[in-house]
Structure formats: structure tokens, C-alpha cells
Design a protein around this ligand. Sequence first.
Ligand SMILES: C[S@@+](CC[C@H](N)C(=O)[O-])C[C@H]1O[C@@H](n2cnc3c(N)ncnc32)[C@H](O)[C@@H]1O
Length: 249
Amino acid sequence: MDTPVILKIFSKGKMKDYFVKPEGEMHTDLGIIKLDELKTKNFGDKISSHLGEEFIIQKPRAPDFFIHAKRSGAPMMPKDIGVIISNTGLCSSDQVLDAGTGSGILAIYLGGIAKKVITYEVREEFVEIARNNIALTGLSNIECRHGDIVEEICKLDENEKFDVITLDTIAAARVIPYVPDVIYPGGFLVTYSPFFEQAKEIREAIGKTNYIDVTTIETLEREISFTDRGTRPATARVGHTGFITIARY
Ligand SMILES: C[S@@+](CC[C@H](N)C(=O)[O-])C[C@H]1O[C@@H](n2cnc3c(N)ncnc32)[C@H](O)[C@@H]1O
């Protein structure tokens, strides 16, 4: 194989994983791995370090990019991405408009399901990071464009219409007035906002458009801890991330 892979090993009571390209060497506390050897291996095979420690080779999937991709804007968490996918019924015929791209994590998840994802990022240096992250996934249906979505949404070609529009940007409320012009009837707009104030601003902006229905939710995730003493929700947990507003047109 000549694409990036995940190397996994369970060591000292912990699962460790590494995101690597099949070139050069990697030095770990479990020994040196000759990554060139990956070129002759398949997913599911093992590769050994010079100390004889065996790492399993896996194909990277979207959650691996959430953990290992280079970060710029704070990536959306998988728990919130799941809610977007389930509430929009995202499917393989969907055209998606996304902004801001940030690290490209939401776009990568959406691109794994939808027909096409066009994602806009205003900061040029973030565009480059996102394009590199997207290239590593091997997905060819995600187009990362440089630009301010507030201006760019008005310049879209008249044939560019969308089934799902995702806005994870401070500019969301200023984009919403233009959404009805570019969304297919029955399509979904989803916004993500860390603060109540932004969620309220978004609801007010949606209220001025011809939407059919709208909901704002927050998702909470609790990991369950299993110890000899007992089983219960883990003490440490992800606190607040953001409010998700879902509107149908
Ligand atoms: C929280 S990050 C998005 C993270 C992304 N959803 C992910 O999962 O990786 C917000 C991004 O919006 C970008 N942004 C802010 N205003 C924008 C605008 N008007 N047009 C396009 N992008 C914008 C920021 O530069 C930032 O990268």
C-alpha cells in the first residue's frame, strides 16, 4: 500500500495508535519501525519494530482523522457530527455546502457519505491545512474553496444547489438570508454554535426566512467506566461543545 495507515498496539494497559505514511522510519518507545515495509503489507497485517513489538495495520477512517489530522479551527466532535448525519438523513446522492472548513473534519465525515461536498474557508493558511488533510483521506468528492461564505454564497453558479448546508462559523447568521436561494426544497440547514447568544441570533435569522420547521439541540455523551469497584459513568467527560440548530426548507 502507498497511502497513510494507522498502526495500533496494546501496550502497558493502553491502546496506542500512530498515523503514518509508508516511508522512512518511525522511532517509538516500543522500538524503531521501518515504514517502507508497509508497501508490501495489507490492512490487517502486522509490522514489527526492531524490538519485536507487533503493530496491527489499519485503514484510516474518519474518526482517525479527527484524532490525527493537523488542526487549525477547532474540529467538530464526532458526537455532534453524528447528530448532523442522523437528523439530515445524509445520503449518497446529496450535494453538501459546508463552511467554515477549519481542519476539514466535518467535511471529511460528510464526504464519506455524500455525493459531493463544497466547503469554504476564509483563512488561506487554514485552506492549505484542510486540503492536505482531505488529500490524505483519498476522498475526491470534497472541494475546499478559499473565500468568505457570506460573499461566496451569493456568487454560486445557478446550477449549484444543495440538499444539506452545514455552517460551523461565527458568520452563520449572516449567511442564513441567502440559504433559501441555494437549498433544494426539503433540504436541511444545520448550524453549530458554541454560545446561547449565537444560537439565538441564528434562530432569529432563520425566523426571517421561509423555513418549514426548526429545532435547536445539545448532545451529551457519557463514557461508561468499568473497574473492579463497579460500573458507572466516567468521572472525566466531554463538557459542553455546541448547540446544533436544524432547519428544513
Ligand atoms: C470551528 S472552525 C470549523 C471546524 C470544522 N467544522 C471542522 O470540523 O474541522 C470555524 C472555521 O470557520 C472559518 N470562518 C470564519 N468565518 C468564515 C467565513 N465568513 N467564511 C468562511 N469561513 C469562515 C474560521 O476561519 C474557522 O476555520
